[in-house]
Design a protein around this ligand. Structure first.
Ligand SMILES: Cc1cc2nc3c(=O)[nH]c(=O)nc-3n(C[C@H](O)[C@H](O)[C@H](O)COP(=O)(O)OP(=O)(O)OC[C@H]3O[C@@H](n4cnc5c(N)ncnc54)[C@H](O)[C@@H]3O)c2cc1C
Length: 459
């Protein structure tokens, strides 16, 4: 008999798995608590500008991303970031300095001193970590590459990806590929070279070589199309409140916004909501342990602010992906993307857009500033870094109170809780950005692989 699955949460994880299972002939119910789908993915169009309030780009690190886009019929809508987006800036002494893109450029760059450059040459000869304790990313980088590399490469990179702190993030859990390179090849440089063959075989791409994509109508196109493919199998404004098990079926209790309650039976239940919302879900089971511990996973606040300017207001050519700010530079912003450079038609003719990130683990309190104060604070940084004159002609802000899960040292405990819950409750599964990487691509990959495993199991 065809299997019935209830999926909780229509972020990219829930939409991916619900869509794939429906394609395989399963009966699917996808419940979304809020009025809109996409979760963290959110595109808005206003006054001729297109702003992403959450992620701006997806890196095609896994073939699962292209497979999903293709299956959804969206390949024709996909756009690749402009080639000038390859260039990235790091702020040093209050100036954006281009990250070197070749070995020669690395030798010549003013971003790092001679000692750091020599440390990179020495890196292949440093022995691999013996795992006597779990290292933070900062410990790992200090051991292999030194303080300056940590301050001016890794710290800003981590601010851009996790809005996190390399001193707290676990290299093993938060940067699993980096960790594996050292464990497998003894060195990051050797691993980059030798690992290329292995990645080619698996069709995986490294973050450095993967292409950056969006859609003509913005990233929100992907959740919208997946939702339309699900049709009436998706219900918005509908929160799953409780789960219980009767014989070999799950009983899923849901509450609609109008207060109506209903229950549904399913063979499988997939939780694809944020991990900190699990606490609000009642699991009627003798074995329920760990929901409150999972809620401890830190999600710092992040505010995104897309600003529009007339081209002539900005001195900087904005000829790159954007700029990241190292903590030691003591500025307010974590970084800024040059969004109208990356993708065409994000700003009206003669205008540009810059999307700024603020807060994170570094400065959570900045996200609490009132709108006008926050814009003033951001503009103080942008004016001196990019030579911007006058006020923005457009702005759109989004405050994410709990933005991104931090895979900090000790994260293995949470992974063990999740797999313990799955073992004790046959048919209950977890997917989402807290399982196997925070990026949209990692989230799509995890949800796709879970769908494939369930389909295989049912055959
Ligand atoms: C500001 C910001 C910038 C980012 N930038 C990038 C980037 O540039 N590139 C990139 O790859 N990644 C980026 N990310 C990360 C990425 O966007 C997210 O990790 C990913 O989209 C999370 O998807 P998800 O499906 O796991 O969860 P979510 O998107 O959080 O979706 C979960 C959904 O579950 C719903 N829900 C919760 N509880 C229930 C319930 N009980 N019943 C029904 N529904 C429920 C929620 O309403 C929500 O819609 C960014 C994230 C943020 C916040």
């Amino acid at each position: 008999m065809t299997k019935k699955v209830a999926v909780i949460g229509a972020g990219i994880a829930g939409l991916t798995i619900a869509f794939k299972l429906k394609q395989a002939g399963w009966r699917v119910s996808l419940y979304e608590a809020s009025p809109r789908v996409g979760g963290a993915i959110r595109t808005e169009k206003k006054q001729g500008f297109l702003a992403e309030l959450g992620p701006n780009t997806v890196l095609e690190t896994s073939p699962k991303v292209a497979e999903l886009i293709d299956a959804a019929g969206l390949t024709g809508e996909k756009i690749y970031a402009n080639d000038s987006g390859q260039k990235r800036f790091i702020v040093r002494e209050n100036k954006p300095v281009a990250l070197p893109g070749s070995p020669i450029a690395f030798i010549l760059t003013p971003l790092f001193g001679l000692l750091t450059k020599l440390k990179l040459i020495r890196e292949p000869f440093i022995p691999a970590w013996d795992n006597r304790y779990e290292e933070s990313l900062a410990d790992f980088v200090l051991r292999r590459l030194g303080q300056e590399f940590l301050d001016y490469a890794i710290n800003p990179f981590v601010a851009g990806v996790y809005a996190g702190d390399p001193g707290q993030l676990s290299v093993k859990h938060g940067f699993a590929k980096l960790y594996a390179l050292e464990q497998e090849y003894g060195s990051l440089i050797k691993g980059q070279i030798k690992g290329a063959k292995k990645r080619k075989k698996s069709a995986e791409q490294s973050k450095q070589s993967a292409r950056m994509i969006s859609f003509k109508g913005g990233l929100g196109t992907l959740p919208e199309i997946l939702a339309s493919r699900l049709g009436t199998d998706l219900e918005t404004n509908t929160k799953v409140t409780a789960l219980s098990r009767e014989k070999d079926k799950w009983i899923v209790q849901v509450r609609c916004d109008d207060g109506a309650e209903k229950t549904e039976h399913a063979d499988h239940v997939i939780y694809a909501g944020p991990v900190y919302h699990l606490e609000e879900l009642t699991l009627n089971s003798a074995n329920v342990q760990g929901f409150s511990e999972l809620a401890e996973i830190h999600h710092p606040p992040v505010t995104t602010l897309t600003l529009g300017f007339k081209r002539e207001q900005v001195d900087h050519p904005l000829d790159g992906f954007g700029m990241l700010v190292p903590e030691v530079e003591q500025l307010n912003i974590l970084g800024a993307l040059f969004t109208s450079t990356l993708f065409p038609d994000r700003a009206p003719e003669g205008h540009v857009t810059i999307t700024v990130f603020l807060g994170g683990v570094r400065q959570p309190d900045l996200t609490k500033l009132a709108d006008s104060e926050l814009i003033k604070t951001v503009m103080a940084d942008l004016s001196s870094l990019l030579g911007i004159k006058g006020s923005p002609v457009f702005h759109l802000m989004k405050r994410w109170l709990k933005a991104i899960p931090q895979y900090n040292v000790g994260y293995g405990k949470y992974k063990a809780i999740l797999s313990g819950l799955e073992k004790q409750h046959p048919g209950l599964h977890f997917t989402g950005n807290y399982c196997s990487g925070i990026s949209v691509a990692d989230t799509i990959k995890h949800a796709s692989e879970l769908a494939e495993a369930l389909i295989d199991q049912a055959e």
